[in-house]
Structure formats: C-alpha cells, structure tokens
Ligand binder design. Sequence first.
Ligand SMILES: [Zn+2]
Length: 110
Amino acid sequence: MKEMKQLYSRRAYLLKKICSTKSFLRGSYVVLARPCTNPNCQKCKEGTKHPTPYHSISKNGKTQLTYVPKNGQQELKQMVENYKKLSAWIEELSDINLQLLLQKSRRRKA
Ligand SMILES: [Zn+2]
C-alpha cells in the first residue's frame, strides 16, 4: 500500500486536472448516412446518402441523437475525449479515497 503522503499528493494532482477540465460531454461522436430533402439527389437515389455528424448519448436506455454542424465537430470530439479522461481520473480518485479511508481508520485504532 502506498504512503499516505503519496496518496494525498496524487489526489491533489487529479483534483487539479479535473477542475481545469471545463469542457466535457458524455456520449460519442457518430457519423450516419442520412437522406436529404432534394427529390432529385443522385446520392440518395443510389442509396449512398449523406454522411451526417451527430452527438449520440444513451439516456434511460434510449439513444438520443443531436445533429452537430461542421464548425462544432472538432470541439465535440475534444469534449467527448475530455469526458473519458475525467471518468478515468474520478475512478482513480475514488480508489485513492478508499485507500486513504482504510489507512486513516487503521491509524485511529492504534
Ligand atoms: Zn441526397
């Protein structure tokens, strides 16, 4: 088991990283082939359709799709990536908190 000092130090580091990550989004970036409104569109007639970007998120077992304009796609990808990092940091922080709790309670007993 790691020293408490190390754990506190790692916890402070993770908290700092979490607090500085302001832009994040749960879900994923997906591209779906969608038909357009032009009745004479060759791509749609051939069935290839149009690649259309969405933010996809599962809520209460239902998938919710939100169209994201081209100018927002890069930021969307970054936000989704940030959410994954945050989740991993929070998971690690949670483990650290358990270790700290155990070490503190053992010390109290002694
Ligand atoms: Zn079309």
